[in-house]
Design a protein around this ligand. Sequence first.
Ligand code: GAL
Length: 860
Amino acid sequence: MIVLVHLVLLALVSWAAAAAAAAAPTPGRVQTSLNEGWKFARFTNNPDSLSYNTLKPWILPLANPFIVTGTKYPSPSGSAPGANVQQVQSSFNDNTWQEVDLPHDWAIAGPFGAPGISGGMGRLPTNGIGWYRKTLVATADDVSGTKSIFLDVDGAMSYAAVWLNGNLVGGWPWGYASWRLDLTRHLRAGNNTLAIRLESAVENSRWYPGAGIYRNLWLVKVDKTHVGQWGTQITTPQVSASSATVNLAVQVENLGNATREVEVTTRIYPVNNGTTAEAVATVKAATISVPAGEKRSVNGSVAVANPRLWGPPPSQTPNLYLAVTTLTSGGTVLDTYTTRFGIRSITYSPSQGLLINSQRVYVQGTCNHHDQGAIGAAYNHRATQRQLEILRDMGTNALRTSHNPPAPELLELADEMGFIVLDEAFDCWSVGKTTNDYHLLYPEWHEADLRAFVRRDRNHASVIAWSIGNEVANQEAALPAREATELQNIVHAEDPTRQVTSAMNAAAPEHALPAAVDIIGLNYQGEYGNYAAFRQKFPNKMIWGSETASCISSRGTYYFPVHSGNNNRWNTAGSSDANARYISAYEMANPGWGNSPDAVFLAQERFQPWVAGEFVWTGFDYIGEPTPWGGNGGSRSSYFGIVDLAGFPKDRFYIYQARWRPDKPMVHLLPHWTWPERVGQVTPIHVFSGADEVEVWINGASQGRKKKPGNGIYRFRWDEVKYAAGEVVAVGYKGGKEWGRDVKKTAGTAAALAVTVDRAVIDGDGKDLAYVRVEVVDDKGIIAPRANNTVTFSVAGPGKLVATDNGDPTDMTAFPSSSRKAFSGLALAIVKTEKGAKGQFTVTARADGLKQGQVVITAA
Ligand code: GAL
């Protein structure tokens, strides 16, 4: 018990830091990070004459453990290719290669304008062949014959192939997959050379895919008889306040050469109790016999009394449990395997939407791509956490991992913070959207990729539904319906507890595709009223807006005249400046297929309570897809985000907050009030608020008090007001009492830089990030909302600059640059420390003619 208590405590404290160093020293299993100390080189011409196609016969059999209905791949005869390639040799001199730590994104440093890379993919140099090399030190014990040594890759973009000491051990082509290789056979005591080759084509994505080994890499050492990869499956078929049934399947894998009898026991601990590490339930020990080279599963079930349920805030709490599975043989612990899970029920109600623990949860979701702005696709825990914190502040309770499996840590954060997740697999099936996208892999890999994805993610409490695809081609035809049926069957076989959707923008109720899937997920067409026709046709299916809005804007830019309706096209008068490539932040512009938030809210209201909610396209701006300026000479990053690429909320943030956090007193007025050229001209004031009534004053003169225009409307408009320098005040009322207010003042000449940081103390582990915000202000501290001064950052002390940004989709300055123009008055620097740093460092921001600003950050 002492060991277990210790283990559980270690597991608890180490969870959040799982991305970092060695995990808890669980008896029988050691998992260490392989992120540090790599050498890397990128080649735009093939340096080795290898290709996925020549390596494929040796890589395909890796899919076999994930093939149940399809035909497994035979092991090829003959020697594997690549053994004579210089990059895999221990003797190869990689001195000129770059030193990198993982996760690593080779393209994010730029420059923009990479040959062959479209605006859709973000104009950054993602293409080419990437080689990574590292020396792996093995102990005598590692190679004694009793251990299995695995390489676990959370994600490598893409077409990975791995050699150990010149031997091809395998790989995995899909860049969003997580996968495992068994290194044991080719491992030697002492130094080993691990070499990984990646290939990334042009036109392989509709958005910025990132490049390189962009997620964590792990080395797992465990007895040859162990819990298999993703080898536990936990379900909670019965949940009530007084008791829950926890079912557990444990798959034991025996890679030794003799049958092994093992005893399997699982204890269940509350995770966030903090006060006790006593198990609340124990799944009885079971003994199973596992033949050499095989896998066997053992099932157990246990009741947990008075369970602390998992559910999304604010109405519920995301309580978690830890299942600690121990394999023993003759009293010796062979393996200890931890599975974190939640106890909760999900109901997919056609009439009420989504219910969690029998309570309705209206889905207030956002879709997001995986990049983290200026630091790219390289997984960073703090960057992801910050995104989720900003989304949570807005009132988001749901995430759609568009359009691919996320980093595993995203789901850990979602579990902890209580986000519900629509976990999505694919953007296309057998018919592609770009020349080199997943359709090339689909025939040979879709079953393995989908099963692996579901096995990896199915124990996460946050995952409440699966999406097998996004806007696949030819939704009216028979083929996608057949493919959907196959894919959905795969998901059901791997996870009988959750429903499946496919996001449909073009399928109509009479087509076969919607009939094939559990949940009707509509992209955009629901906003046009199609929810009703689908409900009529499918009265037994839950319906939601799997993708909504696609409103486009650039933060802090406003154009006139302002459209009289609450929804218009980006290219109508006053909605954008096509030369500057900015779109009005009055937040009404759509690209032609989407809608303003206002229009989506009205459609949602119209179909309550049965429409389960929406996933807005998108929470954050992302690199690539800079619609409507994706062509030559266009922009670098999207305009769809509610929050810009730097993480600065656009005005739109507040219209969502008004709807999604109805209890938060909040009044937000726009535009800014610094328009020297508009004196006397009509300059409409819009206010986003959940108040019943709002009154606006300009320089003390009331512009009138207005009632909430209607149910589902959070935009109050004063369209006739004329600009005069000074001060605008908006006050919101509820029940006749002041509920919130906002003030905007005319700024004078830019005079100084005001610098703040999101966290004044960060971990000196070389990974944690501080986000430094710079405001260009006048001599009274008022933001100069149109300032675009060039800000230069410097760091003194044990910190270093990682990247800068401003949220401007047109800014082609490479992200690592220490100089960055402010955009609409704001700029951002992202800083961290060297590994192991302690003490204070100072980030200083300077701009010509302005008083500099600085902030002190402590590395702890
Ligand atoms: C959708 C698509 C998204 C994104 C969006 C832009 O149709 O599913 O991936 O392209 O359009 O509006």
